[in-house]
Design a protein around this ligand. Structure first.
Ligand SMILES: NC(=O)c1ccc[n+]([C@@H]2O[C@H](COP(=O)([O-])OP(=O)(O)OC[C@H]3O[C@@H](n4cnc5c(N)ncnc54)[C@H](O)[C@@H]3O)[C@@H](O)[C@H]2O)c1
Length: 334
């Protein structure tokens, strides 16, 4: 497989580390509008350096592109590749507007190439264990859930050309950081049915256009889910996602899952594996597993499980949260 890394910033390093260890994968090109970033990444792979994505696609004809660029570029870059039959592994969010997400879905439908989205936390051992236990029915019905994402982002994080701007980031804490938690809620509980949300910019007023805090009261098939996400905290605290079932209370917190059984007071504890890379711990440890599974799916000619079509309920919920927060009204999802 000949692969190209597009956008050679922070998260691309994690992709590069994983690809460097994968047999049968050759990184043939690195693309960044800042040439030094592309060449810095290309050196270790002896890959070609580009500052223009379209030119790279034309000249190098890669099998796979990894899109690690700012949010507003994801959809057009993915479509350009899909139209050429080039496989795409894209970073989240898949899109920043419902209209552009629809264009991406259409492109997926009309392309023979495979597209995947990095919602790597679905690959965590803790997530998998919880998903299996919930699906088995042993814990009883889900009664409700709550999720808390409290991280720290300051003016330095927003000093680049794209974070903090509505046109390029598409939103703040929800679409960038907490989208993983929204995706896990949907992955574990199914699609949401209603949303009432509000959002605020509390600690970077005047510096950024997007929200630093978003809270929502969600209903998943009439079960209440309380959601709170903010970037105004003092540290990147471990994300907490709690699911209350009839017979157990399940808590995903950071790299650990605990399942506390109500009947006998016993607990099960599951931990995620350590990733051993430069990736930040709060990004989760699933990138390696996610990227490896994407390539495995290509090799085995099976479907990769996290495509734009598979995450439609996640994206619908993200867009509905913004719609509700902007209108002040409850939004129903079909
Ligand atoms: N899955 C995760 O947990 C996770 C974690 C971090 C970031 N991300 C996502 O990865 C993406 C990149 O984030 P980042 O933190 O690495 O950002 P970054 O700003 O560090 O890197 C983006 C890079 O893209 C380059 N770029 C901009 N326009 C370009 C263009 N037209 N062609 C080629 N390169 C271009 C920039 O110069 C920059 O080097 C975002 O979508 C972000 O949400 C995902």
């Amino acid at each position: 497989m000949k692969s190209a890394l597009v956008g050679c910033g922070r998260i691309a390093k994690t992709h590069a580390e994983v690809l460097a260890q994968m047999p049968g994968v050759e990184v043939i090109a690195c693309v960044d509008t800042v040439r030094d970033r592309a060449s810095g990444m290309a050196n270790s792979f002896k890959a070609a350096v580009y500052t223009d994505y379209q030119q790279m696609l034309c000249r190098e004809r890669p099998d796979v592109v990894h899109l690690c660029t700012p949010h507003h570029l994801h959809v057009d870059m993915a479509i350009a590749a899909l139209e050429r039959g080039v496989h795409v592994l894209m970073e989240k969010p898949a899109a920043i507007t419902p209209e552009s997400f629809d264009r991406l879905l259409l492109a997926q439908e009309h392309s023979a190439a495979a597209i995947g989205v990095c919602f790597q936390n679905r690959y965590n051992a803790t997530t998998r264990h919880l998903a299996n236990r919930l699906a088995s029915g042993e814990l009883g019905k889900v009664l409700g859930a709550r999720c808390v994402v409290t991280w720290q982002r300051g003016a330095d994080y927003y000093a680049d050309e794209w974070h903090g701007r509505a046109a390029t980031e598409g939103g703040g804490v929800l679409i960038n950081q907490a989208i993983h938690s929204i995706d896990l809620l949907v992955h574990l509980l199914g699609p949401a049915s209603t949303v009432q949300a509000s959002m605020h910019n509390r600690h970077l007023q005047g510096l950024i256009e997007v929200e630093d805090t978003l809270e929502a009261y969600l209903e998943f098939d009439s079960r209440p889910v309380l959601f709170y996400a903010s970037l105004a905290y003092c540290v990147d605290a471990p994300v907490m996602l709690e699911v209350i079932c009839e017979r157990a209370t399940c808590v995903l917190q950071g790299e650990q899952l605990s399942i506390h059984h109500h009947n006998d007071g016993s607990s099960e504890i599951v931990h995620n594996a350590k990733m051993g890379s430069s990736g930040k711990t709060y990004w989760g440890t699933g990138h390696k597993l996610c990227i490896e599974d994407y390539y495995m799916a290509l090799a085995q000619e099976r479907l990769f499980p996290i495509t734009p079509r598979d995450i439609k309920s996640t994206m619908d919920l993200v867009f509905a949260c913004y719609q509700s927060a902007q209108s002040g009204k409850k939004v129903s999802l079909n």
